[in-house]
Design a protein around this ligand. Structure first.
Ligand code: SF4
Ligand code: SF4
Length: 478
């Protein structure tokens, strides 16, 4: 952490989840059910409801969220991104990244404390259930001290965690394959869908291991976001902070206090409630996930001893140090500008996107062939991607096929399937064959127009270059 006045205690601490002998220090945070806890609880349950409901919801006839890997499509809020949507994907990804940068610059690790699935599910699903099985917070700690990891109630807890993990992993799979496919697989044998079955087994194991054993280690060791925070926030960013100016010098107990002592009574309530086991009074730390539990714990203590709440609160490092606020900083100006440009690019690209993607490609068997009757045959591959939420029939019309010196009976167009039916969100390729006499070509080429239209308002025309013999080499293969 950087700062002009280092808060007390910095430098005396070893890793919060490590005992001095190197063994794991089990964190069993004491819940503090204050106002921030209740606010986060509302957000957490809304997020959980959204996660479990999303695979079942549809918008504009499409899933709200579907990462269809076999078809290489990504559907979000009824809009399907195709592999060709590189620009859209780039704008979306860029917006998310810069959005995270902006949120972090303004409110620190708000994402971690309020919306990260790790925090949401651990603090509002797995931990409360775990405490209930253990018989409460105090009993949990007592069982830990006794090393009683496999009592009947704890085995029941692990089994419940496993069932929850199973549910979470099935929901997760639904985001990749959709609910109808998932239900179909669940009714069938695992041998019929080994990859999906393996995914569920693996993901269930990871979720169970994470929420039963690994817990805060995910935030401390695995997740890179905590390490980024030192680069993404500045001294004006709002963080969960201890007001050391008001709190220090701390003195034990609320009674018979030295009149020069600060407001911190050194009760350790903020430490006991911390899910990553740190002491917020040591200043901004990589391990702090901004969960606000220490705010609630300290507010309760302050209320009990008749002091104003907010000794730990959302504040900036400069604010705590008594320096003025600066909302306008380089990063709070730059990030919104970049975000606006990316958002504008995203909306603009979506706006100009047509209802279908049309690609015209040359045939695979060479530029052209000469038929037995001397005419020149060109194969054209026409690829159509239907972006609409309904199946569509596409009519293909070829224009400007022959010059005036060619009679209509000398021109043949073969389109095996016209109109071409393409399912919603699907891509199909059809071939068109054009047969023309050699004199239809000038210097070995002839430009034609390929018109494609659907049953609604989609119309697109593409100019295509047919290849043929040069006049001096008429009838030869080129
Ligand atoms: S909860 Fe408040 S009073 Fe108690 S130790 Fe923490 S900062 Fe000090
Ligand atoms: S220090 Fe406070 S905000 Fe940070 S993780 Fe611990 S309890 Fe949560």
């Amino acid at each position: 952490m950087s700062g002009t006045a280092a808060p007390p205690g910095v430098g005396r601490r070893v890793l919060p989840t490590l005992n001095e002998d190197g063994s794991r220090r089990w964190i069993r945070p004491k819940p503090s059910h204050g106002k921030w806890w209740r606010r986060r609880q509302v957000v957490a349950y809304l997020l959980m409801a959204a996660f479990f409901a999303a695979p079942h919801l549809r918008i504009f006839g499409k899933p709200v969220f579907l990462m269809d890997l076999p078809r290489r499509e990504f559907t979000l809020m009824g809009y399907t991104f195709l592999p060709t949507d590189t620009l859209l994907f780039m704008f979306s990804l860029g917006s998310v990244v810069i959005g995270i940068f902006l949120v972090t610059a303004l409110w620190g690790r708000a994402w971690c404390g309020w919306a990260c699935p790790q925090t949401v599910y651990l603090e509002y699903l797995f931990r409360p259930i775990g405490r209930w099985f253990d018989g409460g917070y105090t009993q949990s700690r007592a069982l830990d001290k006794q090393g009683a990891w496999f009592t009947p109630r704890r085995l029941g807890k692990y089994l419940t965690f496993f069932l929850l993990s199973l549910f979470v992993s099935h929901t997760m799979l639904a985001f990749f394959v959709g609910i109808p496919q998932l239900y179909g697989w669940m009714r069938g044998s695992p041998a019929d869908h080994p990859s999906a079955f393996f995914f569920v087994v693996l993901f269930t194991g990871i979720v169970w291991f994470n929420f039963t054993y690994f817990r805060e280690q995910t935030c401390l060791i695995v997740c890179p976001y905590g390490r980024w925070q030192s680069a993404l926030i500045d001294r004006q960013s709002k963080i969960v902070a201890y007001d050391y100016v008001r709190g220090e010098p701390r003195a034990l107990g609320a009674k018979n206090r030295d009149p020069h002592a600060g407001d911190c009574i050194n009760c350790n309530a903020c430490v006991q409630t911390c899910p990553t086991g740190i002491d917020i009074r040591n200043g901004l730390q990589m391990e702090c996930v901004h969960c606000t539990q220490c705010i609630d714990a300290c507010d309760e203590i302050m209320t009990k001893i008749g002091k104003p709440t907010g000794l730990i609160r959302y504040s900036s490092q400069d604010e705590i140090a008594g320096k003025p606020k600066h909302l306008l900083r380089l990063r709070t100006i730059l990030y919104p500008i970049v975000l606006t440009l990316l958002g504008g690019g995203l909306v603009g690209t979506m706006y100009v996107k047509k209802a279908a993607d049309l690609t015209v490609l040359r045939g695979l068997d060479g530029p052209f062939t000469t038929e037995a009757d001397g005419r020149i045959a060109n194969q054209i591959r026409i690829k159509i991607t239907n972006r609409r939420g309904a199946d569509m029939a596409y009519r293909i019309v070829l224009d400007s096929l022959a010059p005036a010196n060619v009679a209509p009976r000398e021109v043949t167009v073969v389109l095996p399937e016209n109109p071409l039916t393409v399912q919603a969100g699907d891509t199909r390729i059809t071939s068109a064959f054009v047969l023309l006499p050699p004199r239809a070509f000038t210097k070995g080429e002839r430009f034609i127009t390929i018109n494609v239209s659907d049953e609604r308002d989609y119309r697109e025309s593409v100019t295509y270059r047919l290849l043929g013999p040069t006049s001096s080499a008429a009838g030869s293969f080129k």
